[in-house]
Design a protein around this ligand. Structure first.
Ligand code: AMP
Ligand code: ZN
Length: 698
């Protein structure tokens, strides 16, 4: 129980342990140590309001590990050290639920809710029924069983009667307590229902990671959460940072049969109890309403805030608050009569797949893009969706002419969920993947471990266009007024053939084109001239070397005094650089081993571009020299890009991920997995935005 005892008492207990650290915490107080660690885990993972520095937490955690190592007989499965599993799961056995996991009846508008309320009042014989209203979390449902205060089993919903046992995977989720003192209210065994979620930030990050690996991104956070629960390696599950919300106590048995615990007489009170016991449950204080009209208003207001939530919800769930009334109403074989889901506007739609267009990217990758009969999804018109690669098309069994279900979750790029195979007429055509480039007709190639086919003709017009577009883009050389449309037009008209051509454009010809007055030509000329003086890292990024993003480009720029110095670097030397792994090093090495690329760089230098690292010549200065930084979450005072620029101008360096080389992780609001990862390393300072600003002042 975390909130019953006052926080200052917990802090006193924490202090006592921290003081004991110097002499070594005796094995005799192991349970006290565990209790204190659990309290702080709750503050961190459930309340997102830690009271202890990461460093101090780690010290206590290590002390516990040490005692357990020295006295293995004291290890208990619910110890905070015991989440980590090292063995792969062989299978997920099917287990019966103590109580069937039913569906919910659906409602879509105020009318439906008024109907629901009418029926509830009729059946219960009451004139007014208070309701509890919660978000309908859009993840995977799970059941958790606690016996004598310990988590003993976790299972997926399955067919509602029996599901898959996934206990080891659920143990990796930090918002699920391994122990919870149900016994304090007389409960011996309890089954709890909840939803496993992947929050939007983690989901987007995970998809980015998949796409960077040439793998197929997932359609929505719900699939990501359910899929993660089925991973055989619990350590992988731990990395995905899932979260669990619990919303129902579906079964319990009492130590002494006689009395029904007071805390369980209403749904809101049950949620409150679960919260007390250390679970993450919906806010229980503000969600009880005495009339259906208030329920309707609350649901409408909540829908407006949907996108601002860190995780996906697809509606609200309205539940009769009094447990006695719930029992009176009972359930059908499909759903309880005392609850109803209020579904938000769908973010799914069905439409027809009318064709496939193959687009050739800057690196020659050929991406199939599904052309759709335009349809509105969640307020946005969608007419084309990337379908990634051949494997993806095969896996989803997509055919031209198919009706497809598409989804646009929150801030996520629309995806095809599936094709509705049952709606086929037989006239649908399989999608044929070209064997030659749709633009230059040269043969396509695919690397063994990759899913994408590539055009490897470096002269391929499609690639040239995309490369030039990237070169002039905002984050690269930022040639204002050039833009995608102009690049395409100039290339089409034969005025531009390659990157150096940007600097030798024939403006007398351009002046004859429609839409190019003197003013716009002057501006364009000026922007091109300015781009020659852009710092080296921008040029490196502009070159579009595979796997070299903006951060790596900066690292590279800082490593040399002249760009062509990279010709002397071995792959091993490249790997010594910050954040450069084998794959990235290999790609950079290849780039600088290619005579054509060297010739390109020499030409650019002749045309007046800066290949020298101007800053490197003068020794770096600033208060952050030698310090590395990473930002996560949303900052409130500064923009992320501003903050990053401040790090650089003060001589600090930015990293792209949490690693042993990181000195400061600046955590804004709703910071996610990076903080958890950084917490594991005591040498990383986790600071907030204000502390960061203070640091600059020094
Ligand atoms: P459905 O799958 O549409 O029949 O809806 C039922 C499912 O909604 C349950 O199995 C739960 O997984 C899920 N759900 C999400 N949030 C809640 C909540 N607050 N209360 C009850 N069920 C919920
Ligand atoms: Zn081609």
């Amino acid at each position: 129980m975390y909130r019953k005892e006052q926080t200052h008492k917990w802090m006193e207990r924490t202090q006592t342990l921290l003081q004991a650290l110097k002499k070594g915490i005796p094995a005799a107080v192991i349970e006290e140590l565990r209790a204190v660690l659990r309290f702080h885990e709750n503050r961190y993972y459930i309340l997102s309001d830690p009271l202890l520095s990461d460093y101090a937490y780690d010290q206590l955690f290590k002390a516990l590990e040490k005692i357990e190592k020295e006295h293995p007989t004291l290890i208990r499965p619910d110890s905070p050290t015991q989440r980590v599993a090292h063995e792969l799961t062989k299978e997920f056995p099917t287990v019966q639920h103590l109580v069937p996991m039913l569906s919910l009846d659906n409602s879509y508008n105020a009318e439906d809710l008024l109907d629901f309320d009418r029926k509830v009042r009729e059946l219960s014989g009451l004139t007014a029924v208070p309701y509890c209203v919660e978000p309908k979390f859009d993840g995977g449902s799970i059941s958790l069983i606690y016996e004598n205060d310990k988590l003993v089993r976790a299972a997926t919903r399955g067919d509602g009667v029996a599901g898959d046992e996934v206990t080891n995977n659920i143990r990796q989720i930090r918002s699920v307590p391994l122990t919870a003192s149900f016994s304090t209210c007389g409960i011996k065994q309890a089954e709890i229902r909840g939803e496993v979620l992947m929050n939007k930030e983690n989901f987007n990050g995970y998809n980015q990671h998949l796409t960077a690996q040439g793998l197929v991104p997932l359609a929505n956070p719900r699939n990501a959460a359910s899929g993660t629960l089925r991973l055989k390696d619990p350590r992988e599950v731990a990395k995905r940072n899932l979260e669990v919300f619990v919303y129902h106590l579906s079964y319990f048995s009492l130590q002494k049969e006689e009395q029904w615990p007071l805390a369980l007489q209403s749904h809101a009170a049950t949620l409150g109890l679960l919260w007390e016991l250390g679970f993450r449950s919906p806010e229980h204080e503000k969600i009880v309403f005495s009339t259906i009209q208030e329920v309707i208003d609350y649901c409408t207001a909540f829908e407006a805030t949907r996108d601002a939530l860190p995780y996906e919800i697809d509606g609200m769930v309205i539940k009769v608050n009094e447990v006695a009334v719930q029992e009176k109403l009972g359930m059908t074989s499909h759903h309880p009569r005392w609850a109803v889901a209020y579904k938000f506007k769908a973010r799914q739609a069905t439409t027809q797949l009318i064709g496939i267009e193959f687009q050739v990217g800057r690196t020659g990758a050929v991406t199939p893009v599904a052309k759709l009969e335009p349809v509105a999804v969640g307020g946005v018109m969608v007419s084309s969706i990337s379908v990634h690669n051949q494997e993806y098309i095969a896996e989803k069994d997509l055919r031209i002419g198919d009706q497809v279900l598409i989804e646009r979750a929150g801030d996520v790029i629309p995806q095809i969920v599936k094709s509705l195979t049952e709606a086929r007429s037989g006239k649908e055509k399989p999608i044929e993947f070209p064997s030659v480039c749709p633009v230059c007709a040269s043969k396509l190639f695919k690397e063994e471990e990759e899913a994408v086919w590539r055009c490897i003709n470096t002269e391929c017009p499609a690639q040239i266009v995309e490369r030039i577009i990237h070169f002039v883009s905002k984050d690269a050389l930022d040639i204002r007024g050039f833009g995608e449309a102009n690049v395409r037009k100039f290339v089409e008209l034969g005025l531009l053939h390659d990157i150096p051509g940007i600097y030798t454009l024939d403006f007398t010809q351009i002046a004859t084109l429609e839409g190019f007055g003197k003013k716009s030509i002057d501006n364009l000329q000026q922007a091109i001239e300015l781009s020659k003086k852009q710092p080296l890292h921008r040029l490196i990024y502009a070159l579009g070397i595979r796997y070299v993003g903006e951060t790596t480009a900066r690292t590279l720029a800082n490593a040399v005094t002249h760009l062509l110095d990279f010709q002397q670097f071995t792959e091993e030397q490249l790997q010594q650089l910050e954040d450069v792994g084998t794959k990235v090093a290999g790609s950079i090495f290849q780039f600088f081993s290619n005579a054509e690329h060297i010739a390109l760089l020499q030409r650019l230098e002749k045309l007046g571009l800066t290949l020298r690292n101007e800053k490197k010549a003068s020794p770096a200065s600033g208060s952050l020299i030698g310090k590395t930084f990473l930002f996560t979450g949303t900052l409130s005072k500064l923009k992320r890009s501003e903050a990053e620029e401040m790090v650089r101008t003060h001589g600090g360096q930015l990293l792209s991920g949490v690693s042993a080389k990181l000195n400061y992780l600046v955590a804004g609001e709703e910071a996610g997995s990076k903080v958890e990862k950084a917490k594991k390393n005591p040498s990383i300072h986790i600071i907030n935005e204000q502390e960061f600003i203070n640091l600059l002042g020094k």
